[in-house]
Ligand binder design. Structure first.
Ligand code: ADP
Ligand code: MG
Length: 662
């Protein structure tokens, strides 16, 4: 007896040795095995007449064995098996190496199907190492669309195929999708889809099978996030009121809020007035002004007597937010504190810090709002920890502009506010790929900018010269720039391995314009705000991803000064690098994200991997499908949050099987 959860070692045909091999592929249960999908199919669906075989093709013939013999070669001592086979149109020799048992299996006068590569020897065509299969009602290794699996050493296609086929024939997968969805989407049953995906009759049925399985991936994800979202809405949160002083606070800012900022703030405030904990993502391109929206939201919570934590991914950033916002709060009588590994002050009403703030040792009295800056920089685990343990309101921010389909899927459990435009008065940042021979011109340009009062970032991929690739390291670059190129200017060095105090003091000096040129690694990637900086120079630019480059560039152009981004590379081909070219063509994070999707495919687009979701069949470019799935999820969950009327669906939701497609 077996069912989907039976461990593979208990399956007939498998046993302990083979189970070990299968486990290398991530297959532990029968369910995993059945959902281990082929990475491709080899089209052997047509028979070819022997007289029509062509050199070099992989062909499929149906032929009778005339004679067969195995023998040892004198040289190299191989065992060869020769079988002469014929059909109505002619004959051909099949040749195998080191499979002496074949002459026992393949008997003269019997008919087999052979498929293999047509090669030539002694001026005659032959089939080399063909796969053979007896003529049966249903072929699985030949004369069809034959599934090709990703393998591991010592496991053959033929063996894996046979095991999978055996169990596909023995089992019926119960249907978990409600019939109204199957009908509306015109989907195959899962049972048929899985069986067809492995052994399709033709390409169009293969396509139908993939459609069904891709639907499952998207729909089950939507169902999970929708269920999470709804269960959050059943928790009790702290209801706030909007204080009268808010308008004065807004009026006292040195700028007027953009329309998008006003709308986002409105959305956050309406979350706060609901009886359950908010969980909102504020998304806006680099420089769109997310921080002030967070600050105003924190202000509201503080005026409601609540305690607030503001988390940043790095100490540099935490300190920067604290410095910039300290007065904003203290002017209104709200106490602030900064807590980092370097600075263990007690939480105040508003506490800034890194994720270390959430450790148990840190005691809050009534932590009710958590703001997370650059949330994509926090790991999946940190985020899920937050999700589970907190009934506090959650406001996360991200400058990662992802296409809407991805946003709905990856952040489907969040409410989404978007800042679509930048504050007015910003100028387009001029971006150029600079060839090595123009390096000195770039340095002259930087010198002029500094003389005019501006500041410059120089980003390097590494801290120390650690490889032979000639990749620039921050330390050597710092030495070169400070001693040889710009001895007349103040050059500073910032990287992740500096002591926290040193990091702080370098950043402080850069902010105060006591450092003209800051040489740094990717620690300045996110959030760093020094409006006087107008040049961003990136060494080894081809080593960074598009999202990261865009983030670096976002460190300049943060005020009204005309700003520049120079991309350098030790690789002469960089001038043609599509990623770098795209940077010179667009300043818009959303447009870049779409381009990235085109260049790279949806694979690891903007950190979908970090999100913890892994789509094997579905592509997330089908917005309609994502939205329909979401509606179905709502339809099911609204009357029945725990899906008690759909036990099979409930089960499926919690046991998403491994799906492999390379
Ligand atoms: P990000 O969205 O990348 O976190 P910030 O919040 O750091 O951007 O804002 C970038 C800069 O724009 C800051 O110096 C901020 O003071 C300024 N800023 C924010 N909102 C406005 C606005 N409405 N008008 C003008 N400047 C603004
Ligand atoms: Mg920011």
């Amino acid at each position: 007896m077996f069912d989907l959860s039976t461990p593979i070692e208990n399956l007939y045909l498998v046993g302990p040795a083979r189970a070990k091999l299968l486990k290398n592929l991530g297959i532990a249960t029968l369910e995993d095995l059945l959902f281990y999908f082929p990475r491709a199919h080899s089209d052997l669906s047509k028979f070819v007449n022997i007289s029509e075989l062509k050199l070099g093709e992989t062909a499929n013939i149906k032929a009778k064995i005339l004679e067969i013999k195995s023998f040892r070669t004198k040289v190299r001592r191989l065992t060869l098996t020769h079988a002469l086979v014929e059909d109505n149109t002619g004959s051909i020799l099949c040749v195998w190496f080191n499979q002496p048992f074949l002459s026992k299996v393949l008997k003269p006068h019997e008919e087999f199907i052979f498929s293999g590569k047509v090669t030539v020897a002694k001026n005659k065509l032959q089939l080399q190492n063909p796969v053979y299969e007896q003529v049966k009602a249903e072929q699985i290794h030949t004369s069809r669309l034959v599934p090709i699996y990703s393998l591991t050493a010592h496991l053959t296609q033929k063996l894996l195929r046979s095991i999978i086929k055996t169990y596909l024939d023995k089992i019926h997968l119960p249907e978990h999708l409600p019939s109204f969805i199957l009908k509306a989407e015109k989907l195959l049953f899962e049972d048929a889809a899985v069986k067809t995906f492995h052994f399709p009759k033709d390409y169009s049925s293969l396509q139908q099978a993939q459609t069904r399985l891709a639907f499952d991936e998207i729909f089950l994800t939507q169902l999970r996030v929708a269920q999470y979202k709804k269960s959050r809405q059943e928790k009790t949160g702290i209801k706030m009121t909007v204080p009268q002083q808010l308008n004065d606070k807004i009026a006292s800012l040195p700028f007027t809020l953009t329309l998008g900022q006003k709308q986002a703030l409105q959305e956050i405030l309406s979350d706060f007035q609901k009886p359950y904990p908010a969980n909102r993502l504020l998304e806006g391109d680099v420089g769109s002004g997310k921080t002030i929206i967070a600050a105003l939201s924190m202000y509201v919570a503080a005026k409601n007597g609540l305690q607030i934590a503001f988390l940043a991914p790095t100490e540099v950033l935490a300190k920067q937010h604290y410095d910039n916002l300290k007065e904003f709060f203290e002017n209104s009588g709200i106490a602030t504190a900064l807590r980092t590994s370097n600075n263990k002050s007690k939480p105040a009403q508003v506490t800034f810090g890194t994720h270390a703030l959430l450790e148990r040792a840190v005691k809050f009295k009534n932590l009710s709002l958590i703001v997370i800056d650059e949330q994509h920089r926090f790991g999946v685990e940190q985020r899920s920890l937050l999700k589970q343990t907190n009934t506090a309101h959650l406001l996360t921010m991200s400058a990662t502009p992802i296409p809407r389909t991805l946003a709905l899927t990856l952040y489907g459990d969040l409410d989404l506010s978007r800042l679509k435009e930048l504050p007015t008065g910003r100028q387009r940042i001029i971006t150029r790929i600079v060839a090595e021979e123009n390096r000195s011109k770039a340095y002259e340009f930087i010198a002029k900018q500094i003389t005019a009062g501006r500041q410059t970032f120089v980003i390097c991929p590494l801290i120390e010269e650690s490889d032979k690739l000639g990749v620039k390291s921050a330390t050597t670059e710092f030495k070169k720039l400070s001693e040889e190129i710009f001895p007349q200017f103040k050059v500073g060095l910032l990287h992740g391995k500096l002591k926290p105090q040193d990091k702080e003091s370098v950043m402080q000096k850069f902010k105060d314009n006591q450092i003209n040129i800051l040489v740094s690694t990717s620690v300045v990637e996110v959030g760093v705000d020094v409006p006087n900086a107008a040049v961003m120079m990136i060494e080894g630019a081809e080593r960074f991803g598009l999202a990261q480059l865009h983030q670096f560039r976002g460190r300049v152009g943060r005020s009204t000064y005309k700003s520049y981004c120079f991309l350098f590379s030790s690789d002469p081909l960089a001038l043609e690098n599509p990623r770098l070219k795209v940077m010179t063509e667009s300043n818009d994070g959303f447009a870049l994200a779409e381009k990235d999707l085109q260049i790279r495919g949806s694979g690891d687009l903007y950190g979908t991997k970090q999100s913890g979701y892994d789509f094997k069949i579905a592509t997330l470019t089908n917005l309609d499908l994502v939205e329909r799935s979401r509606q179905y999820a709502d339809e099911l969950l609204n009357p029945d949050l725990s899906l008690n009327s759909y036990p099979l669906l409930k089960l499926k939701m919690h046991s998403q099987p491994m799906v492999h497609l390379e």
